[in-house]
Design a protein around this ligand. Structure first.
Ligand code: HEC
Length: 395
């Protein structure tokens, strides 16, 4: 056997040992949504099926020809059906317990239903595009809060996947392989983006990197070190240079004023989140300016944690309000309705209170601007009805 191969085998065996150790060790002391998986062991086993289905679908999502081939129709539809099963893992009644996960699960379920309907109708290009955006759902749900535990992809299926380095990194993050995903994203960020697609992926990679270093790993040192390195690059598109400069300032503030979130009480977490939202807001020049994103991401981490901690606490209304504002600014592409979902929940759960009125006000302004274009404001009838209903509940 070649020396190189032997070394590789050794490293792989060691890696496996370390991962197994991490798995056993960390499952003894886990925060946040881990508790959820422990209460509902069906979550983990269902997620393993999603993992397999998601990877099975990738080659089809990559190739139009394979996706269109009638011979593949049956397997594709089976994997889509598996992925649609998420709604049974997170039943509706959870909405009261864990609004974040329930909200994402709801949007995801709607999206899967839409995909299934369009697939039946033969709208294949559309479906293929939607399948390609699915990892974003997985990723946003998994990166909500801090986590020490990585999923162990025993067969290294993501490594074998033939996609761009960015797509691999995205799949690693989507399937909770956070250490590997961080390394893969760093490689993308330190590389040179090529072509229009490369530029788009670069910007996305930057955002995903922050999800991981800010929320999952809570690592200001790595965040600052990386952004500092990227800020010296003049070969990046102007847009990314501006993003990096804005992020770096905010990350530097974080490094100088770190907050250990894990041991804080729910009340303190919400208070910290509020301070961060105010800070982020002051950094922004306009509503969706990204300069405050690190503070916003930190705030969402605290808020999800506070709600996980005690879903029925007094601070719940305020936490929902802050999440609404924050997700509005963060503008998640696949989760663009998340902001209004939090605000609606805030109004409905706190009828006739000042916090409901704040949430209603923010909701109304998002809807108003959402339906305003060059031709004026045109809000559909059912949306106006909902607005009226929410206003009455809040008053
Ligand atoms: C609504 C939220 C949500 C969505 C959407 C979601 N997951 Fe999960 N996932 C969870 C939770 C909760 C866990 C349990 C672990 C944790 O978060 O601490 C988990 C765990 C996992 C695990 C680890 C399982 C294990 O045995 O360690 C994998 C793999 C996984 N998910 C894959 C996926 C894939 C692929 C998708 C997208 C198709 C997806 N998940 C979408 C919430 C979600």
């Amino acid at each position: 056997m070649e020396r190189k191969d032997r070394d590789l085998m050794k490293t792989n065996a060691l890696r496996l040992k370390i991962s197994l150790f991490t798995l056993v060790f960390t499952s003894l002391c886990l925060p946040g949504s881990r508790a959820l998986a422990e209460q509902r062991p069906e979550v983990d086993s269902a997620m393993k099926k999603f993992f397999t289905a998601m990877l099975n679908l990738q080659p089809f999502a990559q190739s139009e020809e394979k996706f269109r081939d009638p011979a593949n129709r049956e397997v594709i539809s089976q994997d889509l059906a598996t992925l649609a099963g998420l709604k049974h893992v997170f039943p509706k009644k959870m909405a009261k317990e864990e609004p974040g996960i329930a909200a994402i699960a709801g949007i995801y379920a709607e999206s899967m239903q839409d995909i299934a309907d369009r697939f039946k109708a033969g709208n294949l290009d559309y479906v293929r595009h939607r399948v390609r955006t699915l990892p974003e759902f997985c990723l946003s749900c998994h990166t909500r809060v801090q986590s020490d535990r990585d999923f162990l992809d025993v067969e290294d299926r993501v490594d074998q996947f033939q996609g761009t380095p960015f797509q691999k990194a995205e799949l690693l993050a989507a399937t909770r392989q956070f250490d590997k995903a961080t390394t893969a994203l760093l490689a993308v960020l330190d590389g040179k983006p090529k072509g229009e697609m490369g530029f788009l992926e670069y910007t996305r990679a930057l955002r995903y990197f922050l999800y991981l270093t800010v929320r999952v790993k809570a690592d200001p040192e790595l965040t600052v070190r990386t952004l500092d390195r990227l800020s010296k690059r003049r070969d990046l598109p102007e847009y990314d240079q501006r993003l990096v400069a804005g992020y770096l300032k905010d990350a530097d503030f974080w490094r100088k004023h770190p907050t250990a979130g894990r041991d804080l009480s729910g009340e303190v977490l919400v208070k910290r989140a509020k301070e961060l939202v105010e800070r982020a807001n002051s950094l922004q020049l306009f509503a969706t300016d990204e300069s405050g994103d690190i503070s916003y991401l930190r705030a969402t981490g605290y808020l999800h944690q506070a709600l996980d901690h005690d879903p029925t606490a007094k601070y719940r209304g305020e936490a929902l309000y802050l999440l609404g504002i924050t997700y509005h600014s963060l503008e998640e592409p696949v989760l663009w309705q998340l902001d209004t979902m939090y605000l609606q929940a805030c109004v409905r759960e706190n009828p006739h209170t000042p916090i409901a009125r704040d949430c209603y006000g923010k909701y109304a302004s998002i809807i108003y601007f959402g339906y305003t274009g060059s031709a004026g404001t045109d809000i559909p009838e059912d949306e106006l009805k909902k607005l009226g209903n929410l206003r009455q509940i809040s008053q």
